[in-house]
Write a protein that binds this ligand. Structure first.
Ligand SMILES: *[C@@H]1O[C@H](CO)[C@@H](O)[C@H](O)[C@H]1NC(C)=O
Ligand SMILES: *[C@@H]1O[C@H](CO)[C@@H](O)[C@H](O)[C@H]1NC(C)=O
Ligand SMILES: *[C@@H]1O[C@H](CO)[C@@H](O)[C@H](O)[C@H]1NC(C)=O
Ligand SMILES: *[C@@H]1O[C@H](CO)[C@@H](O)[C@H](O)[C@H]1NC(C)=O
Ligand SMILES: *[C@@H]1O[C@H](CO)[C@@H](O)[C@H](O)[C@H]1NC(C)=O
Ligand SMILES: *[C@@H]1O[C@H](CO)[C@@H](O)[C@H](O)[C@H]1NC(C)=O
Ligand SMILES: [Zn+2]
Length: 548
């Protein structure tokens, strides 16, 4: 890591925004980067300090005082931390996954940014890659979260307000409640968590497991896979505690915390020529002013994974840092081209086969059922299907004329900080950990009905309050997990949420970030997320669905 370069880039990025926009919108993008870089640095320093508690001699697992018996810890419910691929697979039969993740707000800039890298690509099965988006509330346009979800992406929890301290339960639960209420995502589909600034605690892991999340992905694998002491474990369940971050997070490792069936997906670092001393985690393109340098780090690290045990390779982004057209900032053209060059190289080189760009949710599906690369397309999580549910407000871009644009009448309400649209009825005020599901605003006297616990987003018509399809492909038995303290009654609301109705009509604000569609006929500049080209028609439960 080159701290001087990092901090100068950050100063530039934040200064530009502060000047142009009073510093509000990019808070979300600037501060997390600075913190994350420092945080990773701290971990590396601890390691090279060789205090003896770190992942050093004896191997990552034993240094973590980690032990796990693969004869009793078996898939799909249990998996030991291991550098070898799951299922006893030979590395040459294992797909080389590139896990693509994005963090923080979801808005035009971030969706467009991600689309630069993924929208034009196809995985080996012809499907457009999907990714994991760790969503926090501030500056997020919930209609675009719905869009991400119905297009197959892993929408995951990154807390509501993105604090520096390890999250409170209310920050984690509140984000879930808001994603369910205002982005219309079933609780059972939100399975992942990443801590703001990667700053998690043992209590966070315990809460996530108790709350029914499937995985956390906040920990770091910061020893190269070529090092015999690497901590680049394949994802593992916490039946036997954590095996990563043993020196940097309190009260974990040594068998703790024991959270049966709850998975940890380490974030796999990228290394420069210094090896373990030169680890880069999120947004590695911010760590050198020379994009060619970063490209070589990425290629070299990727090659080590591919030629070794094929642990996933991570592309961990804050999409705002790769966004074009952001007011006051120069487009990061070299970095954008570099990342596309890397992905082209990794996915199309003749001497590398079975390279897939995936989400962490797909990685979870494969870990629990680790088929050889040749059978990857048999897993539902890797298929691509577009349901044709007609003209209902369901997150597909062609139905955006049915969205509501939410504006608060209260001066200073954070709801007005950036465009906020939803299918599911505008809240009277911006959600908060104390009030994650505010009453529904009702200016035009119509009330939207929020998604019930037994219908999926693509099929739920919030205007007419019906599940437009009740076959096996869209309706499901309610497997809503309990969330909140003591697993209390905080499940999907289902029925209409009638709140106070406000007499005055909202006035359009002069918000400069409103690039999202505003009203009938306009579409967003956002989604180019596509679906596979193959067309399959299938009748599900009597309702016709077209798979494009
Ligand atoms: C997010 O917004 C809330 C107010 O809505 C604010 O208290 C909090 O500091 C914001 N977080 C960040 C990271 O800007
Ligand atoms: C992480 O949280 C701890 C409190 O547990 C705090 O002391 C530390 O400053 C935080 N780290 C970052 C990078 O914000
Ligand atoms: C950038 O790095 C590459 C090698 O990684 C080097 O060949 C090139 O000269 C560097 N460019 C600059 C401007 O330093
Ligand atoms: C399925 O939906 C159709 C039309 O919406 C409805 O007539 C039928 O009763 C539903 N079947 C079940 C089992 O809910
Ligand atoms: C959770 O349950 C415990 C024990 O039943 C109780 O003491 C506590 O008050 C409960 N907490 C909440 C927030 O309901
Ligand atoms: C669950 O929520 C419903 C609706 O808010 C309420 O009527 C019911 O009493 C709650 N049940 C429990 C056990 O808290
Ligand atoms: Zn973040």
């Amino acid at each position: 890591m080159k701290p001087t370069i990092v901090s100068s880039l950050l100063a530039l990025a934040c200064a530009g925004v502060a000047t142009a926009h009073g510093g509000d919108l990019l808070n979300q993008g600037c501060r997390p980067i600075a913190k994350r870089s420092l945080d990773l640095q701290r971990r590396q320093l601890t390691q090279s300090g060789g205090e003896g508690q770190t992942v050093t001699a004896g191997g990552g697992a034993s240094a973590a005082r980690y032990s796990c018996d693969p004869n009793t810890c078996k898939l799909p419910k249990c998996h030991c931390a291991d550098t070898n691929p799951p299922g006893g697979l030979d590395p040459k039969d294992v797909p080389q996954f590139i896990v693509f993740t994005a963090d923080d707000a979801v808005q035009d800039y971030t969706i467009n940014s991600v689309n630069q890298f993924l929208a034009q690509r196809k995985n080996p099965n012809g499907c457009t890659p999907v990714m994991s988006y760790y969503v926090s509330l501030n500056y997020t346009n919930y209609a675009q979260v719905t869009e991400l979800y119905v297009n197959g992406n892993d929408v995951a929890d990154h807390t509501m307000t993105h604090q520096e301290q390890p999250a409170t339960n209310a920050e984690i639960d509140g984000n879930l409640i808001t994603l369910n209420a205002l982005a219309g995502i079933p609780y059972k589909s939100i399975i992942g968590y990443r801590a703001p600034f990667l700053n998690y605690s043992r209590a966070n892991l315990e809460h996530l497991a108790n709350t029914g999340f499937t995985y956390d992905s906040s920990s770091t694998a910061s020893v190269p896979v070529t090092d015999p002491n690497t901590d680049a474990f394949w994802p593992y369940t916490l039946d036997n505690g954590m095996a990563n971050d043993c020196s940097s997070v309190a009260d974990i490792c040594g068998g703790q915390p024991k959270l049966p069936g709850f998975w940890e997906i380490p974030m796999y670092a990228i290394f420069d020529q210094r090896g373990a001393a030169g680890a880069h985690l999120m947004d590695p393109w911010l760590d050198s002013s020379n994009a060619s340098d970063v490209l070589s780090w990425m290629k070299n690290t990727f090659t080590d994974h591919y030629n070794g045990k094929r642990q996933p390779f991570g592309v961990y982004t804050h999409p705002i840092h790769l966004a074009k057209g952001y007011p006051g900032l120069t487009d990061p053209v070299d970095q954008i081209n570099m990342l596309n060059e890397f992905l082209d190289w990794a996915t199309t080189s003749a001497d590398m086969q079975n390279v897939w760009i995936i989400s962490n949710k797909q990685l979870m599906a494969w870990m629990q059922n680790p088929v050889p690369a040749s059978q990857l397309n048999t897993l539902d999580a890797f298929k691509c299907q577009k349901p044709n549910a007609g003209h209902i407000c369901n997150g597909f871009q062609e139905n955006n004329d049915l969205l509501e644009h939410c504006i608060s009448n209260t001066a200073g309400d954070a709801l007005n900080n950036s465009p906020f649209y939803t299918c599911y009825g505008c809240p009277v005020t911006t959600p908060s950990p104390q009030q994650p599901n505010p009453p529904q605003k009702n200016n035009d006297k119509s009330v939207r009905t929020r998604i019930p616990a037994n219908c999926d987003t693509a099929f739920w018509d919030p205007i007419n309050a019906r599940c437009t399809c009740n076959g096996s492909g869209c309706a499901f038995d309610d497997s809503t997990r309990p969330i909140g303290p003591n697993g209390s009654n905080l499940t999907s609301s289902g029925s209409s949420n009638t709140g106070s109705s406000s007499g005055s009509s909202p006035s359009a604000s002069s918000d400069p970030y409103r690039t999202f569609g505003s009203g009938a006929g306009r579409t967003t500049s956002s989604s180019v997320f596509g679906w596979a080209a193959s067309v399959v028609a299938a009748a599900v439960g009597g309702a016709m669905m077209v798979f494009i």
